[in-house]
Design a protein around this ligand. Structure first.
Ligand code: ADP
Length: 167
């Protein structure tokens, strides 16, 4: 059974991430999309909310061979624990490339039995990042073109909470 882990911050998950996930799910027997709990980036959404939003999206998309998990520590340790021989990463611009190559080669050096598969984003999702989505949403911009419905609703609720707190 070919199992792949798709790790990331997913803070929050975007249509760019989901496009990569959908394509990966057609290539592997099972894909585990895994939310990294503690990395150097300060996260905006709690891990449990990030996981929940991905779960809803997967249900809506009908992806039957995809599971959601979360982990901290090394990605390759998590992959080994899950029996995965592949990692999935998405590439947007050339600027992603250098960092991703370094990460992949580091992983190769530590865990030669695990390979990384890179999928290139569709041009229409090229500029989408979780950071841009958070910024646009906080400035009152509609982000439904960039994120799934569940995330639009979540960000709206979050904003309402914030507005109440400001009064
Ligand atoms: P990380 O903090 O690990 O980079 P992200 O959630 O930002 O986590 O991204 C997870 C993965 O998804 C990375 O491989 C990233 O390059 C990829 N990715 C992010 N945004 C997009 C997008 N719009 N299209 C395709 N891949 C993307």
């Amino acid at each position: 059974m070919k199992i792949a882990v798709y790790p990331g911050s997913f803070d929050p998950v975007t249509k760019g991430h989901l496009d990569i996930l959908e394509r990966a799910s057609s290539m592997f027997d099972k894909v585990i999309i895994a939310v990294l709990k503690n990395n150097s980036k300060k996260s905006y959404l709690p891990t449990s909310d990030r996981v929940e939003l991905i779960k809803k999206s997967i249900e809506d998309m009908g992806l039957l061979n995809v599971e959601v998990g979360s982990f901290d520590g090394l990605t390759i340790d998590y992959a080994r624990k899950m029996g995965a021989k592949f990692l999935i990463r998405g590439l947007r611009a050339v600027s992603d490339f250098e960092y991703e190559m370094q990460l992949s080669q580091t992983n190769q050096a530590i865990a030669p039995e695990i390979g990384t598969v890179f999928l290139i984003t569709k041009p229409k999702y090229n500029f989408i990042s979780s950071g841009i989505v958070k910024e646009l949403s906080s400035l009152g911009q509609d982000v439904s073109k960039f994120v799934p419905k569940s995330v639009v609703e979540y960000l709206q609720k979050d904003k309402n909470k914030q507005r109440k707190a400001d009064f």
